[in-house]
Design a protein around this ligand. Structure first.
Ligand code: TXA
Ligand code: MG
Length: 323
């Protein structure tokens, strides 16, 4: 495996690798994806093998533009409006597959729906165009680990299980796309993500059914598995005092360093100026960094549940879940 700067030559080489059935990791505006040709069942299967996933769950298929999405799936009016407003960008739509889509069945884990998104990243889009295929790409981490926001994270996690890692620097959002099931009139938010649900509701004047309300709907997004995004360290949420000796602190907003100095563990502030966008972009790299120090636990200070705070707290709650 090699981590390679994403020059035009490297992108052509990556596209050829993908067409031959190999795995290539690439940057998107959210996190790095582990890409495979979505029309090649064996290539898609090797994604699960590389991630060490215990079971098959459906993957997001990335498309170069909306016309490709129309060839792969039926797009009802509501879904079309969401795509027009948010593509390219970090909103994924779950839609009914067309019978002649050419997609592997495994990419949908045998369901009659498929999750599609058009990424807003120049390297991802060049790669999609050069490959000339839709690309299945979950986050490029070992199953259960936090998602990679830098090329080196991918190399650390997947090593030689991937033919090439295209390096595009740190990702902008740092948190995965928002997933909306838009296959029917009822729009269900299956996973909170880079675009807050409220932003989608306000832009389109529609109401999203939240996944908690939709608890009984199957299948659930992988982000909904209880313990996911899990560092090795124990994670404690909403901690404002009572830090323990050697415990790492993951802070948000102005934080009295003096309070923490008393315990002298490692300290990272996701955003000193309490900016949720900055915090989301830093989240996974911060968890990886603290975990690599081998701390027994990570105390997280409160993060407001507004806007992107919804997705950040969702990921942190999973990281804190018993396992
Ligand atoms: O930001 C992102 O979305 C990243 C980057 C790489 O694009 N990708 C990503 O993909 O997070 P993935 O495959 O790790 O997560 C997609 C989740 C799956 O766990 C799955 O449960 C859900 O989307 N999903 C996919 N297809 C679905 C379907 N047909 N019905 C319901 N949920 C589906
Ligand atoms: Mg993932």
């Amino acid at each position: 495996m090699s981590v390679i700067a994403a020059t035009p030559d490297a992108i052509s080489e990556a596209a050829a690798l993908l067409r031959s059935g190999a795995l290539v990791a690439f940057p998107t505006e959210t996190v790095y994806g582990l890409g495979a040709d979505a029309t090649n069942g064996a290539a898609v299967a090797s994604i699960f093998e590389a991630k060490g996933r215990p079971h098959f769950n459906p993957l997001i298929v990335h498309v170069a533009d909306i016309s490709v999405a129309h060839r792969l799936a039926y797009i009802p009016d509501g879904a079309q409006r969401i795509a027009e407003a948010f593509w390219p960008g970090p909103v994924t739509l779950v839609l009914k597959r067309r019978p002649d889509s050419g997609l592997s069945d495994l990419v949908s884990a045998g369901l009659d729906t498929v999750a599609l998104r058009m990424p807003d990243h120049p390297i991802a889009r060049s790669l999609l165009v050069a490959a000339g295929r839709p690309l299945a790409a979950p986050s490029a981490n070992r199953s259960g680990h936090v998602s990679p926001t830098q090329a080196q994270h991918v190399a650390d996690d997947l090593g030689d299980k991937v033919a090439m890692v295209l390096d595009g620097g740190a990702t902008a959002h740092g948190i995965e796309s928002t997933i909306i099931d838009a296959s029917s009139e009822r729009h269900v938010m299956l996973r909170s993500g880079s675009v807050p649900g409220l932003v989608i509701e306000q832009a389109l004047g529609l109401k999203l059914v939240r996944s908690l309300q939709a608890e009984s709907l199957k299948p659930r997004a992988s982000g909904q598995l209880a313990s996911h995004y899990a560092p090795r360290a124990r994670v404690r949420l909403n901690v404002t005092h009572g830090f323990t000796e050697g415990e790492a602190v993951l802070a948000f907003g102005p934080f009295e360093a003096a309070r923490h100095r008393a315990v002298s563990g490692p300290f990272i502030n996701l955003s000193e100026r309490a900016d949720l966008i900055e915090a989301a972009a830093n989240l996974f790299a911060a968890l990886r960094k603290l975990d690599a120090l081998g701390v027994p636990s990570i105390a997280v200070t409160p993060i407001p549940e507004q806007g992107l705070g919804e997705a950040i707290n969702d990921r942190l709650t999973r990281a804190a879940a018993p396992r």
